[in-house]
Design a protein around this ligand. Structure first.
Ligand code: UD1
Length: 370
């Protein structure tokens, strides 16, 4: 029997671009999908605009959980998603990435005896102080099908003793969205709208708790961005968490540093695509810059996406913000890393997932165990 009822979960901004191509590929194969939005992110610029930009169908259910402590947010998602699963009895729940919505829904489905698939499985930063690392490891433990973006993720799972039938190297769904929408994104002319010249500006994003929650860390990072903006104009779309943290410091930007509201998918992709370099602590942007061959400086001590460093255009700078200005000077002097694009970051990861899901999980298990 073909698995027909697949519930796809989204909750926070980085989920939308990973799940959109999967929903489309499943529907193209005649599989019945149900799209559930937990409401972890709810501002129009953090959520609704992504549905519009990515051409995603309206969610079948919006759980409206909103913000809260990790426990409150996770518990709210679990309570509401459990009822949704009981009402609609999916054969498989597909979750993506490493946000609280991911672990909450994987755990619910797992305890209801529903198969779970995890898009972007197997990534590990090795840093248990990151909420996302906890979410990754626990989600992978719940998931039957571990849909990985890169061979390093397969190796992590193998090292943890995961059975081979559960691991499927499918490629990077976020890059499916990037390749599909790049021309439309460029047509948005974001640089011109922001008054910067293509190829002659940098982009900065920051939202990791480790960089923004502690003023002792955030202050030097902001100072470093300011120093950088004396070398090249910097566009800095500010995440709500970061905006709140900046407000606490009383810091105000100089003229070369353009603080703007969070952007929609197309506007931001267009901004990235024509930038000279990117400074970030985001996970996804490390991958998007690798796919675009744009030098990326990552302000973190570790990355769960090492292929962006070993193959791509990413440099892991560490958490000492004083390293930023010299690294930017190096890139502007022509020493930026370009790298190569990893295998299966080719626009067809969602197709591979959908082809796999044409078979029930039980069959996958039995086939592999042979
Ligand atoms: C979450 C994810 C993180 C991901 C990031 C992308 C977890 C544990 N973290 O972090 O992995 O990289 O999303 O953005 O799931 N807020 C708004 N409007 C919104 C959403 C949030 O104002 O639409 C505010 C909240 O009120 C809260 C803060 O932003 O104060 C943090 O939101 P939350 O979803 O808890 O975590 P993120 O920091 O966004």
């Amino acid at each position: 029997m073909i698995m027909r009822r697949i519930c796809c979960v989204v909750g926070a901004r980085p989920n939308f671009m990973k799940v959109a191509p999967v929903v489309q590929a499943l529907q193209a194969r005649g599989l019945q999908t149900r799209l559930v939005h937990t409401g972890q992110h709810y501002d129009p610029q953090m959520s609704a605009i992504f549905f519009h930009d990515l051409g995603m169908p309206e969610p079948d259910a919006f759980l409206g959980v909103g913000s809260g402590s990790h426990a409150v947010q996770t518990a709210k998602i679990m309570t509401l998603f459990e009822q949704d699963c009981l009402d609609f009895a999916p054969d498989l729940v597909l979750v993506a990435g490493d946000v609280n919505s991911t672990i909450a829904c994987a755990l619910v489905a797992s305890k209801l005896g529903i198969s779970v698939g995890h898009i972007e499985a197997g990534l590990r930063s090795g840093d248990w102080s990151m909420p996302e690392e906890v979410n990754r490891v626990l989600t992978d433990a719940c998931a039957d099908l571990l849909l990985t973006p890169s061979p390093d993720a397969d190796a992590n799972l193998q090292a943890e003793g995961v059975a081979a039938w559960r691991i499927h190297w499918v490629g990077n769904c976020m890059i499916d969205s990037l390749l599909k929408h790049l021309d439309r994104a460029r047509a948005e002319n974001t640089p011109a709208q922001l008054g910067v010249t293509p190829g002659q500006y940098a982009v900065a994003t920051l939202h990791r708790p480790s960089n923004v929650d502690d003023p002792q860390q955030l202050g030097p990072v902001l100072d470093a961005l300011e120093a950088t903006s004396r070398q090249i104009p910097v566009v800095f779309p500010v995440h709500p968490r970061t905006r709140a943290a900046i407000a606490q410091t009383g810091w105000t930007p100089t003229t070369g540093l353009h603080l703007v509201e969070p952007m929609g998918y197309l506007a931001f992709l267009g901004l990235l695509a024509d930038s000279r370099l990117v400074m970030t602590d985001s996970g996804g942007i490390q991958e998007e810059t690798t796919a675009l061959a744009i030098p990326c400086l990552t302000l973190r001590a570790n990355t769960e996406r090492p292929i962006t460093v070993s193959q791509g255009s990413n440099v892991l700078l560490g958490t000492d913000a004083r390293r930023l200005a010299p690294a930017v000077a190096g890139i502007l002097a022509g020493r930026g890393k370009i790298g190569t694009i990893p295998e299966k970051w080719d626009g067809h990861a969602a197709d591979r997932i959908a082809d796999l899901l044409m078979q029930p999980v039980r069959t996958l298990r039995e086939t592999t165990l042979g």
